[in-house]
Design a protein around this ligand. Structure first.
Ligand code: MSP
Length: 568
């Protein structure tokens, strides 16, 4: 069995700063990477930035900069954002890297020599945002379906990639490999696209119009353009064609993208690979959009949310959990701070955090802060052990299918189970009876061991939380990554281990409600007299009250009373 795993994110355009849409794909890739690493696979995770093209030149001009310093700055922003979300890529590629440019040149030469690139004139509707031509069928109300901006008619002589020659091959490949593109809806979308004849792909721009690109090796008056440059990053980062990383990792490549770039990844890319004599990728994993008020979060729509803002307020792992739990991979999801806070409070603070802290508190209180010896496990304990095994299996299967929300739902069943177990076993009651000390040890041991294994199962999703849980249970610092095979063995938590209690995993987020100030309290005052001095203090009014020696009750007149009226 191939024990390598290679995962990629799209390389992000540097005309925008990182936002949570970019963060989602990158968190997904990081989670997969950590999961496979924990299964003992040799893994590689690549992300990076896409830095050529007209859009970038324009964005640089807006800042009064040359393209190079501009792309250096934004690329650095992306690079710095990822560790803040506990994302650890193995390689960060830039399309301006000389190594990348060399691989693009080599592949262009190869495909040109094999006759699949030709020179011709073409006119069509072009979206600057997507940097591609749109066919009549794709255009919605004369606008780009993605950016909703008007398209520009462009006609010029360019180089074209003969995609049409590979249409039948691609249809066959999709039919023979049902999960090549997943979830299925996107495979169907590509297949339906392939029902129409494929147009060849324009892959160049004249240097007279654009210089910020990679020169074509066979015509110095042109640079290559966008997709032929960008997609090749996935090969270039492995040192294609001769690097040892290429032969090791390419067979297991998994791409993560959103549906906006399905066509380039589902059609252009497999055909480019086929034309260059390279095996296709293993899976294209396509997710939906994070929307804000029904619109895709994007720079062009001006509704971005920066990952750093969320991380600073809620913590990196809480943000990771929310993204992975809330989105059904493949479908769109709605971002809202309320949802985020609700998930943090319900799932993380109340459920996981509470279970963890009450277990530690009881071990501190009843066992002096040391993991107790377990007595003979009963049927309840047996059930907990078996449940954990089942959950491990399900979590593994779901992560392999990129259905993270299901993996996390399953994992939370363990935490729910542990909370119910505490309530049912009532360790506080056992603690009162010296004859039940054995049973108390068993219950607290089972809880601590369940939480240790939960931490290990959680580690791909929430690495920092997992580490903190293990540390607090006295199991750290151990080597990273945590191996599931070695660690998910019941009983590895040694009795007698001292706890190393730290801060709460997830403090509850208090929602500051914008409540209107309370209306001024009506104090029933009765004006009886002009202001006068009472015990040396000026009194403006009087309260009338009756009392029974214990309580005072204010007496309120039924109607308006003129100043100076007498109390009878
Ligand atoms: N540079 C190209 C990709 C080249 S890959 C060979 C590009 N860049 S991009 O900056 O526009 O990034 C698009 C990707 O960012 C999406 O495919 C997705 O991974 C992520 N997302 C950007 N906005 C998003 C949402 N609102 N929701 C979910 N993902 C989003 O296209």
């Amino acid at each position: 069995m191939n024990r390598t795993f290679y995962v990629t994110t799209p390389i992000y355009y540097v005309n925008a700063e990182p936002h949570i849409g970019h963060a989602y794909s990158t968190i997904v890739a990081d989670t997969l990477n950590r999961f496979y690493r924990a299964q003992g696979y040799e893994t590689r995770f690549q992300t990076g930035t896409d830095e050529h093209g007209e859009k970038v030149v324009q964005a640089a001009q807006k800042e009064g900069k040359d393209p190079q310093p501009y792309v250096d700055r934004i690329s650095q922003l992306f690079r710095q954002t990822w560790p803040e979300l506990n994302i650890q890529p193995d390689h960060f590629i830039r399309t301006t890297d000389p190594e990348h440019m060399a691989v693009v040149t080599a592949i262009l030469s190869r495909v040109y020599e094999s006759g699949d690139i030709y020179f011709s004139e073409y006119g069509g509707q072009y979206c600057l945002g997507c940097e591609r031509f749109y066919t009549e069928r794709e255009i919605v109300d004369g606008r780009c379906p993605d950016h909703q901006t008007p398209l520009t008619f462009i006609k010029e002589a360019n180089y074209f990639f003969r995609m049409s020659a590979y249409q039948d091959w691609l249809i066959r490949h999709l039919q023979e490999n049902p999960d090549f593109i997943r979830p299925e809806r996107y495979r169907n979308e590509v297949l339906s696209f392939l029902k129409e004849p494929l147009e060849d792909l324009c892959i160049s721009r004249p240097k007279s119009r654009l210089t910020w690109g990679i020169p074509l090796p066979f015509d110095e008056n042109y640079v290559t353009y966008v997709w032929f440059d960008a997609l090749i990053n996935y090969l270039a980062g492995l040192g294609y064609p001769d690097g040892p990383l290429f032969s090791k990792f390419w067979p297991s490549v998994e791409h993560i993208i959103a549906k906006d770039i399905l066509k380039p990844h589902g059609i252009y890319w497999p055909i480019m690979l086929q034309a260059a004599g390279i095996a296709p990728y293993r899976h294209l994993n396509v997710h939906g959009y994070w929307n804000l008020d029904q619109s895709k979060i994007s720079k062009s729509l001006g509704n971005v949310i920066h990952p750093r803002q969320l991380k600073d307020r809620f913590g990196a792992d809480a943000v990771r959990y929310f993204f992975l739990r809330e989105m059904v991979f493949g479908l769109d999801a709605q971002f809202s701070e309320e949802n985020l806070i609700q998930r943090i409070n319900a799932d993380l603070a109340n459920n996981l955090g509470n279970c963890f802290s009450r277990t530690l508190t009881m071990i501190e209180k009843y066992c002096g802060g040391f993991i107790p010896e377990s007595g003979e496990p009963g049927p309840e304990e047996q059930r907990m052990k078996e449940h954990l095994l089942k959950v491990r299996e399900t979590v593994s299967q779901e992560v392999r299918k990129v259905t993270f929300h299901k993996a996390l739902m399953t994992l939370w069943e363990v935490i729910d189970g542990a909370n119910k177990y505490v309530d049912a076993q009532a360790p506080w009651a056992l603690a009162k009876d010296p004859a039940l000390q054995d049973r108390l040890g068993t219950v607290l041991y089972v809880l601590a061991e369940t939480l240790r294994q939960t931490a290990i199962l959680l580690s791909p999703f929430m690495p920092q939380t997992a580490r903190s849980m293990l540390d607090q249970l006295g199991c750290g610092p151990e080597k990273e990554p945590v191996s599931w095979e070695e660690e998910l063995v019941w009983g590895r938590l040694a009795p007698g281990t001292p706890l190393a209690r730290g801060t709460a995993l997830f403090p509850r987020i208090e929602v500051k409600k914008e409540t209107p100030p309370p209306p001024p309290r009506k104090v029933p005052t009765v004006e009886m007299k002009a202001p006068s001095l009472l015990m040396g203090v000026e009194s403006q009014a009087m309260l009338l009250a009756t009392g029974d020696g214990k309580r005072l009750t204010v007496v309120v007149p039924e109607g308006a009373v003129p100043p100076g009226a007498k109390v009878k």
